[in-house]
Design a protein around this ligand. Structure first.
Ligand SMILES: [Cu+2]
Length: 440
């Protein structure tokens, strides 16, 4: 049994096998660093109990070292440059070279020691959201520990008491540090590898930013009017697809550390929410869904049987959250006569372009944008423009993918005769229903 004595007791009281946590923590492990923004291969367990590792969309899992029976991780809080998608880089704060930080994976019952080094210009802490740990390890600056000053390293030590999906983020100048991208996910695998086992396991955290067109820094005081809707600080078309083998049991773990809820929708399948940051949902309480709302400060995990091959859109169902930066004070011009409007506008601004009278589908038209600004709607599919942005990607279900092959399998080869098609035939006369005059 894990006890406080294991941390603080003298050798005489702690017994021969338990080493004082503080003495052991004297040597700080090397901090791994990531310079890539694409999904890294699963980090297979090299020692200890077996588990099926997760993959992090556009991210990675933090390597650890064993020190006695402790799993040791090293997080470095620091300024980073994160590419949201090709053509846009943003100055954020994060961990170990990226924002969000790496996923921390462990096994139920593990003793975990996390070193946190602060290379930010201000103090920070790390709070372990949803995890059942001693109060003094909870990372609330001022309340449960002193803030970690710049240049200092603190140690968090706890036992992974339950399996599930959790999050980490600062509880120290929280509004600024979270708006700057400081967050990550924690996955604790069940000790029994057969418990709710799946074939593929994806994880990501949702965050939002206000980065005005042509700028490189989020406005941290923004409360509601965000314009970058991100999964793991990436926006479409920068978000990795989810490659899945036909017939796989798939788990998707979604954290939300943004300022609003996100109804997350998968096409072509029904899934069940099986876990939250509070724990596993009993099978008797699960029910089929195609969209699940992920509230602010919460985790939702769904399991789905990938039995329907194809390219399946996977996205937030708030239509404004599948757009990239745009002005929100745009008028609705649907139905307005372009000729009259152009004449009127032309008098005031001869070079102005009037758009939007038939909707805002852009097709191949690309508007000039300031530097470091993504188009509002973008992306190309095999049949034309996809016109999405923000929280949108594709679950690609294919026959015969290898077990741990997470490479993009490319566009789906639709079997002949299975794609919606245009018909060139005369339209039928509209049916005329006989109408009786009604007395009013
Ligand atoms: Cu959303």
């Amino acid at each position: 049994m894990f006890s406080r004595r294991g941390f603080l007791g003298s050798a005489a009281f702690a017994g021969a096998s338990a080493i004082s946590g503080r003495a052991q923590a004297a040597s700080i492990p090397e901090a791994a660093h990531m310079d890539k923004v694409t999904m890294q291969p699963p980090l297979q367990p090299a020692s200890g109990p077996d588990y099926r590792p997760v993959v992090t969309l556009n991210g990675w899992s933090l390597p650890f070292r064993m020190n006695g029976d402790w799993k040791e991780f090293h997080l470095v809080a620091e300024p980073v440059v994160r590419e949201f998608a090709e053509g846009m880089k943003v100055n954020l704060w994060g961990y170990n070279g990226q924002s969000p930080g790496p996923t921390i994976e462990a096994v139920e019952g593990d003793k975990v020691r996390v070193f946190v080094t602060n290379k930010l210009p201000e103090y920070t802490t790390v709070h372990w959201h949803g995890m059942i740990i001693p109060s003094g390890m909870d990372g609330v600056g001022g309340l449960t520990q002193p803030h970690i000053q710049p240049g200092k390293t603190f140690v968090y030590e706890f036992e992974m008491k339950k399996s599930g999906t959790f999050m980490y983020h600062p509880h120290s100048d929280e509004m600024v540090q979270m708006a700057m991208g400081m967050m990550g996910m924690v996955v604790v695998h069940p000790r029994d590898p057969g418990f709710r086992a799946v074939d593929r396991d994806f994880v990501f955290v949702m965050s939002t930013y206000r980065v005005d067109p042509g700028t490189y820094l989020p406005k941290v005081n923004e409360m509601t009017d965000f314009n970058m809707w991100a999964w793991n600080a990436r926006v479409f078309p920068g978000i990795d697809p989810l490659p899945v083998r036909l017939g796989d049991k798939v788990r998707v773990r979604i954290g939300n550390l943004s300022m609003t809820n996100h109804p997350i929708h998968l096409h072509g399948h029904a899934f069940a929410v099986t876990c939250t940051d509070g724990g596993w949902i009993p099978e008797s309480a699960q029910y089929p869904e195609t969209t699940t709302d992920v509230p602010v400060g919460a985790v939702r995990v769904f399991d789905v049987l990938a039995d329907n091959p194809g390219d399946w859109a996977f996205h937030c169902h708030k239509s404004h959250h599948t757009m990239n930066a745009m002005g929100h004070d745009m008028r609705n011009l649907i139905g307005v006569s372009r000729k009259d409007l152009a004449k009127a506008v032309g008098k005031l601004a001869p070079d102005a372009m009037v758009m939007g009278e038939k909707g805002m589908a852009m097709g191949t038209m690309e508007m000039p944008a300031p530097d470091n600004t993504l188009p509002m709607m973008t992306g190309d599919g095999q049949f034309g423009p996809i016109e999405m942005g923000g929280m949108f990607t594709v679950m690609k279900i294919r026959e015969g993918l290898a077990r741990d092959d997470y490479r993009d399998p490319g566009p789906y080869q639709f079997p002949k005769g299975t794609v919606a098609y245009e018909i060139d035939a005369p339209a039928a006369e509209p049916a005329k229903a006989p109408m009786k005059k009604m007395k009013m």
